[in-house]
Design a protein around this ligand. Structure first.
Ligand code: HEM
Length: 439
C-alpha cells in the first residue's frame, strides 16, 4: 500500500524506500551497473503487483516530471473500492480517525490540489527563511555535542545515532513548527514509536499529537509568532480555486489552509524530515570516517562543507527511492509499454551513481565541481514534489558535520563498518547505531 509512512523492517519513512540497490560504503560494487543495463525494467513491487524500476539519472528525472504518472493511486481505484493505502496505515497502528491526515499529505497529492497546498507553505521553506533558524540549530547542535561525553559507555564508546543524529532533526522541526520546549517530547516520542513500530503506543499517541497541534494552532491564532504554524495561519493563495473538496475537510473557501491541512502538514514534516536527516548525518559521518583522505580535506578547508553535503547526499543519500508513481493511462516510457495502474519505481540512489551522468560515479569525492550544480544528485527528488525541506536539511547537515568535526577532531569509529549496516544492504542507509570514540 502506498502510504506516507511505509515500513521496512518496521521502520517508517516517507518515500518508498524498499529494494533499491545501494552503493558500497567501504569498497566493493554499487548499483551503477544500471548505467550499462536497462534504465527502465520490469519488476514486482513489494506488494506483489507489476511495476517498473527506473534507474538512470535522465530517466528518473523524466518519471518525476511526467504528468501521466500520478502520486495519488486512489484516483485510479475503481469507484467504491477502498483506498489501497488504508491497510498500511492501520498496520502501523495509526487509528482510523487520523488516516485522513496521511491520505491527504502533500506528497500524495497531484495538481491542482498539490499546487495549491505547496504554494501555501513554500514561503516558509525558502533558503532565506530557513537561514533564520541557523542560530537555533547551532544551539541545539552544540548542546547535544556538549552532552555526548556523558553518554559514553564503560569502554568510552558513544552511539552517535542515538545521542546526536536522531535527536537533532526532531528538535529542529519543533523549533520550525514553534513547539514549546516542554512539549517537544511528544514529538520525539511519536517519531520514535513510528520508527520502532510500537503500534499500541501509536494508537493513543497519534490522536494526542493531533490534539496538541490543534492547541498550538489555537494559541498562534490568538498570539501569532514567527513560526511555521503562524505562517500557515496567515498564508493566502487567492489564485487557488480547485473546487470545494480541496482540503481534507473541504469547504467552499480554499484560499487559506484549513485546520486539517495544517495538522496534516505538521505531521508530515516529522515523517519526511526526521529520519531522513538523521540518516544523512549518520551515513555521512560513517562515509567520512571510512574515507580518511576526504575527511582530511574537510578538516583543512571548512568552506568545502556545502559541497561535501551535496556529495554525501549523492553518494550515501538517506532516501534510496522516491515514492511510487502510477500510470494514469496506457503509455510508453523510453520505448517501454506501461499499462494504466502499473507502478513506476524511481531509484534515486541508482540515478545518483549513473556513469552516464558522473565520472567515476562510485567514488566519494568532496571536490567534485558538479557538486555546486543543481543536477548533482536526485536525493531530494525532482519536479513538483522536490523536497520541501531541502534547504533545512542542507543547513542542518552542514552545521552538524562542521560542529561535530570542530568539537571532536579525533573522532574515530569504534566498530567494524561492516557490522553496522543492518540487513542485506552494503551501505548504511538506515544505520541503527554508530559507535564512536570521541578522541
Ligand atoms: C519530499 C528527500 C528532509 C519535507 C521529499 C522527496 C524526497 C525527499 C526524495 C520527494 C519524494 C517523491 O517525489 O516521491 C529528503 C531527504 C532529506 C529530507 C534526503 C534529508 C536529508 C526533509 C525535511 C523536511 C522535508 C527536513 C521538512 C522538515 C518534505 C516534504 C516533501 C518532501 C513536505 C513533500 C513535498 C511535496 O510533495 O511537494 N523529500 N527529504 N524533507 N520532503 Fe524531504
Amino acid at each position: 500500500p502506498e502510504v506516507p509512512v511505509r515500513t521496512r523492517k518496521g521502520r517508517p519513512t516517507m518515500p518508498n524506500d524498499q529494494a533499491a540497490a545501494p552503493p558500497a560504503l567501504v569498497a566493493a560494487p554499487g548499483p551503477a551497473e544500471h548505467a550499462g543495463g536497462c534504465p527502465v525494467r520490469e519488476s514486482r513491487t513489494p506488494d506483489g503487483t507489476m511495476g517498473w524500476v527506473v534507474s538512470g539519472f535522465a530517466e528518473v528525472r523524466d518519471v518525476l516530471t511526467d504528468p501521466r504518472l500520478t502520486s495519488a493511486p486512489s484516483t485510479l481505484a475503481a469507484d467504491g473500492s477502498p483506498d489501497p493505502r488504508i491497510a498500511g496505515l492501520t498496520a502501523l497502528g495509526l487509528p482510523p480517525e487520523t488516516h485522513h491526515y496521511f491520505l491527504n499529505a502533500i506528497v500524495d497529492l497531484d495538481p491542482p490540489r498539490h499546487t495549491r497546498l505547496r504554494r501555501l507553505v513554500s514561503h516558509e521553506f525558502t533558503a532565506r527563511r530557513i537561514q533564520l533558524l541557523a542560530p537555533s540549530i547551532e544551539l541545539i547542535t552544540d548542546r547535544l555535542l556538549d552532552e555526548l561525553p556523558d553518554h559514553r559507555d564503560e569502554f568510552g564508546v558513544v552511539d552517535l545515532v542515538e545521542h546526536f543524529a536522531y535527536p537533532l532533526p526532531v528538535a529542529v522541526i519543533c523549533e520550525l513548527v514553534g513547539v514549546p520546549e516542554p512539549d517537544r517530547h511528544l514529538w520525539s516520542d511519536w517519531s520514535r514509536n513510528l520508527t520502532a513500530g510500537h503500534t499500541e503506543r501509536l494508537r493513543t499517541a497519534t490522536p494526542a499529537l493531533v490534539r496538541h497541534v490543534r492547541e498550538l494552532i489555537d494559541r498562534r491564532r490568538a498570539e501569532p509568532g514567527n513560526d511555521l504554524i503562524s505562517g500557515m495561519l496567515q498564508a493566502r493563495d487567492d489564485s487557488a480555486n480547485v473546487g470545494p473538496d480541496s482540503g481534507p475537510d473541504g469547504g467552499p473557501s480554499n484560499a487559506a489552509m484549513s485546520e486539517d491541512e495544517m495538522v496534516s502538514m505538521t505531521l508530515i514534516l516529522v515523517l519526511a524530515g526526521h529520519e531522513t536527516t538523521a540518516h544523512l548525518i549518520a551515513n555521512g559521518t560513517l562515509a567520512l570516517l571510512t574515507h580518511p583522505d576526504q575527511l582530511a580535506l574537510l578538516h583543512q578547508d571548512r568552506t568545502l562543507l556545502p559541497h561535501a553535503v551535496e556529495e554525501l547526499l549523492r553518494w550515501c543519500g538517506p532516501v534510496p527511492s522516491a515514492r511510487l508513481r502510477y500510470a494514469d493511462r496506457d503509455l510508453v516510457l523510453r520505448g517501454v509499454h506501461i499499462r494504466r495502474g502499473e507502478a513506476v519505481h524511481p531509484h534515486l540512489d541508482a540515478a545518483n551513481l549513473d556513469l552516464r551522468h558522473h565520472d567515476r560515479a562510485k567514488r566519494l569525492d568532496l571536490t567534485r565541481k558538479r557538486a555546486a550544480q543543481a543536477d548533482h544528485h536526485l536525493s531530494f527528488g525532482y519536479g513538483i514534489h522536490f523536497c520541501l525541506g531541502a534547504a533545512l536539511a542542507r543547513l542542518e547537515a552542514a552545521i552538524a558535520f562542521g560542529r561535530l568535526l570542530d568539537r571532536y577532531p579525533g573522532l574515530a569509529l569504534a566498530a567494524d563498518p561492516g557490522t553496522l549496516i543492518p540487513g542485506d544492504r552494503p551501505v548504511g542507509w538506515e544505520l541503527n547505531h554508530l559507535p564512536l570514540r570521541l578522541g
